[in-house]
Design a protein around this ligand. Structure first.
Ligand code: FAD
Ligand code: NAI
Length: 471
């Protein structure tokens, strides 16, 4: 066999973590190869995650607005019809444009793109099963594992991506289900539940815990969000567990009961979406051949500089610790290359924002009230409702609030929690404030343009150290 080619860096996985690390490495002058088995770059996020889901969220919101909310805006429309195939095509166009864009960036930054499945042959060599047939291998002075995550299956319910779907099937349904049951009221459940509810499905969300939104969402914000989504037509069954599912007839029959025990009932659905979390994906990588460890949740174990116990092999993104978010993966990708080339890097895990792209959006950064209480931190809070914000009222889009949590003594911002229009953009301001150690008074004394939604952010800060003007 021909000896494997030697690179400064080999990256396994071309998702957000892997492709960003590859580009950054190319920019730093490293000889780099990135191995991806999917046939296109961008990983879960671009192909079946962030991007296609946001396309459907945006267009289903437009459809819903035109259908139900145009009269009060002085717009008379004729027959409004859903063209689902057309909506899916728009989604595919955004996905293919963006994934091809990354191939272009690889060329621009001298990254070699190897289409295939990588597995460790030894500590420095990755054997690749090529997508187009055949095999090759590549040696790396450094190796980064960025193999991402997959949906956690629900025991006893076989995923066919048609009747019982994960998010991957839920972004590709060919007709609007009459009834959809979502298992898990976290981010995926609420985003995809919103899409199909807006397009006409009767959506019921079954959540094991007493609140929706998944880990991290502040309880007050979660409650407000549930109220708004209920008004939009979604149904919620909290504190409820799914016992079993029967897929033998055309509808799926789910047996559910109160989490603490109680009478079982049956929920019928044309489509069941399983959205109970994601787990690291490392199958077929052969990491055990070289003695790498995973923890009890399957996450590859690393130190502060992303090193496994074999120091030239590092891990970033969803397949290791931390929130499973694209922008977290991206921060790690830049930092890991800085560690390799300069021996120092930086990610502030206390200031990584979360956004749920429902309407209105929900966004937060820093700690929530339950976390501060558990840590025994003395804090104060202040909030401002969008119903008192001129722009939100004018836009006829005024559900929600902005809430600050700040240190009781120093006024330093500890957390920002928003449900409301454009929360996902507004949270960037909160993240910057947190990153710079700002106080709520710093934010409250900063001029914000009028009339903007961002004034609600300023006034919530004012309400934390003093008083808001408009509420
Ligand atoms: P991935 O994107 O999963 O990439 C890993 C890649 O490695 C995959 O392409 C896989 O094919 C490849 N791979 C695996 N094993 C091998 C191997 N042995 N050889 C070669 N290639 C291999 N996050 C956000 O921040 N915002 C959002 O709006 C958002 N929306 C989401 C919506 C959905 C429906 C889902 C499912 C996720 C969403 N996420 C979102 C999460 C986001 O997609 C992930 O956090 C992100 O993709 C993680 O990047 P990664 O590179 O670590 O892993
Ligand atoms: P999640 O962790 O956000 O929510 C899962 C929910 O399911 C939780 O509320 C949990 O209590 C509940 N649950 C768990 N087991 C259950 C059971 N047996 N029965 C009923 N409920 C149960 O996970 P989700 O929604 O699957 O998303 C996975 C990850 O993907 C997210 O955590 C996030 O990292 C990422 N993502 C991010 C998005 C964004 O940033 N906008 C969008 C979509 C996904």
């Amino acid at each position: 066999a021909t000896p494997a080619e030697e690179k400064d860096l080999v990256i396994i996985g071309g998702g957000v973590a892997g492709y960003v690390a590859a580009i950054k490495a190319g920019q730093e002058g490293l000889k780099v190869a990135c191995i991806e088995k999917r046939g296109s770059l961008g990983g879960t996020c671009l192909n079946v995650g962030c991007i296609p889901s946001k396309s459907l969220l945006n267009n289903s919101h437009l459809y819903h607005t035109i259908l139900h909310d145009s009269k009060s805006r002085g717009i008379d429309v004729g027959d409004v019809k859903l063209n689902l195939a057309g909506m899916m095509k728009a989604k595919e166009t955004s996905v293919s444009g963006l994934t091809k864009g990354i191939e272009f960036l690889f060329k621009k930054n001298n990254v070699e793109y190897i289409k295939g499945t990588g597995a460790f042959a030894d500590e420095h060599t990755v054997a690749v099963n090529l997508v187009d047939g055949g095999e090759t291998s590549v040696r790396g002075k450094n190796i980064i594992i960025a193999t991402g995550s997959e949906a956690t299956p629900f025991p006893g319910l076989t995923i066919d991506e048609k009747k019982v779907v994960t998010s991957t099937g839920a972004i590709a349904l060919t007709e609007v289900p009459k009834k959809m049951v979502v298992i898990g009221g976290g981010i995926i459940g609420l985003e995809m539940g919103s899409v199909w509810s807006r397009l006409g499905a009767e959506v019921t969300v079954v959540e094991f815990l007493g609140q929706i939104g998944g880990p991290g969402m502040d309880a007050e914000i979660s409650k407000a969000t549930q109220k708004i989504l209920t008004k939009q037509g979604m149904k919620f069954k909290l504190n409820t567990k799914v016992l079993s599912g029967d897929t033998s007839s055309s509808e799926v029959a789910l047996q559910v009961e109160a989490a603490k025990g109680g009478k079982a009932e049956t929920l019928n659905a044309d489509v069941v979406l399983v959205a109970i979390g994601r787990r690291p994906y490392t199958a077929g990588l052969g990491f055990e051949n070289i003695g790498l460890e995973v923890d009890n949740r399957g996450r590859l174990v690393i130190d502060q500089e992303y090193r496994t116990k074999i120091p030239h092999i590092r891990v970033i993104g969803d397949c290791t610790f931390g929130p499973m978010l694209a922008h977290k993966a991206e921060e790690e990708a830049v930092a890991v290359i800085e560690y390799i080339t300069k021996s120092h890097g930086h990610v502030n895990y206390n200031a990584i924002p979360s956004v749920m792209y429902t309407h209105p959006e929900v966004a937060w950064v820093g700690q929530n009230e339950a976390e501060l209480k558990a840590a025994g931190v003395k804090y104060k809070s202040g909030s401002f409702p969008f119903s008192a914000n001129s722009r939100a009222k004018t836009n006829q889009d005024s559900d929600g609030l902005v809430k600050f949590l700040a240190d009781a003594e120093t006024d330093r911002i500890l957390g920002v929690h928003i449900v409301g229009p454009n929360a996902g953009e507004m949270i960037a301001e909160g993240t910057l404030a947190l990153e710079y150690g700002a106080s709520t008074e710093d934010v409250g004394r900063t001029s914000h343009a009028h009339p903007t939604l961002a004034e609600a952010f300023k006034e919530a800060a004012m309400a934390t150290y003093g008083k808001a003007i408009h509420y």
